[in-house]
Write a protein that binds this ligand. Structure first.
Ligand SMILES: *Cc1c(COP(=O)(O)O)cnc(C)c1O
Length: 391
């Protein structure tokens, strides 16, 4: 046991028991016994932390759980979902490379593809990931990586993950999958051929809208090491307290997912039958455009997201959010409370109305991230919004 000296802690208390909850360890630096001991750490002969940007116990405790959920080893926890995306695109590619991205990626990922990569000499092409022939047509000899999401925002279209994985394997191209929307409860992309998997832990995994974090892992240890070094060098490292919060949230992830999914399916069925709704999209409903893929790839798991459309343009959309006042109108997802977002005024506002229409997004389109409320009360809140939108 270390003696309490000067400004330093007293070391572990003399106790025969241990905490049942991961301790928070905010220490930025770690003291070693001697230069020889430090050599042993740096050379991998002894385990030990040195400096928090390089790694700390709370990040490791969280990473171990996320790795287990996704079925990949040695993942890196990063300060946000976007920093995990950045680690992949900026940490693994170089000038002259070409990347193909799904045409309905998360807005900031699209922006990185459209603005940041070209600035660094990396060309990008967007293509429809529900069609492997569209992805194939976008490939070039210098294509190094394909980045897709399994379920698209907000139209909930399902990518041909296995077709794209086979294509990438054939051509020696890396496949990166952002699995935030689907979560590892619905699919583990690594088991379907993804080389790299990304999560915005901010969303359903942490689950309480009180922490911004990401995670990225690669199946190939050499790639995993490059991702880790890039994250450490560029300071994408997360804070211990955020990791602690996320680990606590993760302990109930499977329960929250199951409950949200059950309610989401009920809500989708209710909205589909409602006369004030022109369209309701939910992956495990038989009228979904990719229903067969949802049954196969997602094993019938529709997830916690529902998208629906009402007639009446912006005026009806305003009336709906005001009428559904019990629901948070907020552009996020995966919270314990239901949130509704309006893509035309948030995630997809930069697109022209024509481009939005081509994606199937109108002024009446709403995306719902279903939370843990009582299902009947939740449906009543939607009905209140729909009644207000109809006048
Ligand atoms: C939210 C989100 C991100 C970005 O995550 P942050 O933690 O907000 O940086 C990336 N991809 C998808 C699919 C997301 O929903």
């Amino acid at each position: 046991m270390i003696k309490p000296t000067l400004m330093r802690p007293a070391g572990p208390a003399r106790t025969a028991s241990r905490p049942v909850v991961t301790p928070i360890q905010p220490s930025v630096v770690y003291a070693s016994e001697s230069p020889d001991a430090l050599d042993a750490q740096y050379e991998g002969r002894a385990l030990g932390y040195t400096y928090a940007r390089e790694g700390h116990p709370n990040a490791d405790a969280l990473a171990i759980r996320l790795d287990a959920l996704e079925g990949i080893e040695d993942g890196v926890v990063t300060g946000s979902g976007m920093s995990a995306v950045a680690a992949v695109l900026l940490g693994l590619l170089k000038s002259g490379d070409h990347v193909v991205g799904g045409d309905q990626l998360y807005g900031r990922s699209l922006r990185m593809m459209a603005e940041d990569l070209p600035r660094l000499g990396i060309d990008t092409t967007l293509a429809d990931p529900t069609r492997v022939d569209a992805i194939e047509a976008a490939l070039r000899p210098e294509t190094k990586l394909v980045l897709i999401e399994v379920v698209s925002n907000p139209t909930l279209r399902i990518a041909d993950l296995e077709g794209i994985a086979a294509l990438c394997r054939d051509r020696g191209i890396l496949l990166a999958v952002d699995n935030t929307f689907t979560t590892p409860a619905a699919i583990r992309p690594a088991a379907h051929g993804a080389d790299i998997v990304i999560q915005s832990v901010t969303k359903l995994l942490a689950g309480h809208s009180d922490v911004t974090l990401g995670w990225v892992a690669a199946r190939d240890p050499e790639l995993a090491a490059r991702l880790r070094v890039f994250a450490v060098t560029t300071g994408l490292t997360p804070s211990p307290f955020d990791c602690w919060l996320a680990e606590r949230g993760l302990l109930t992830f499977d329960l929250r997912f199951a409950r949200a999914q059950e309610t989401a399916h009920r809500l989708a069925d209710h909205l589909a039958a409602h006369p004030g709704v022109t369209r309701a999209l939910y992956p495990s409903r038989p009228d979904h455009p990719d229903a067969a893929r949802a049954q196969g790839l997602l094993r019938g798991q529709g997830g916690h997201m529902v998208t629906f459309e009402i007639p009446g343009g912006r005026a009806a959309a305003n009336a709906f959010t005001r009428g559904a006042e019990a629901l948070a109108f907020a552009p996020t997802l995966g919270d314990v409370g239901t949130t509704i977002s309006h893509p035309a005024s948030s995630s997809h506002r930069a697109l022209t109305p024509e481009r939005r229409a081509a994606l199937g997004i109108t002024e009446g389109t709403f995306r719902v991230s279903v939370g843990l409320e009582d299902a009947d009360a939740l449906i009543a809140a939607f009905d209140a919004g729909l009644a207000a939108a109809e006048v």
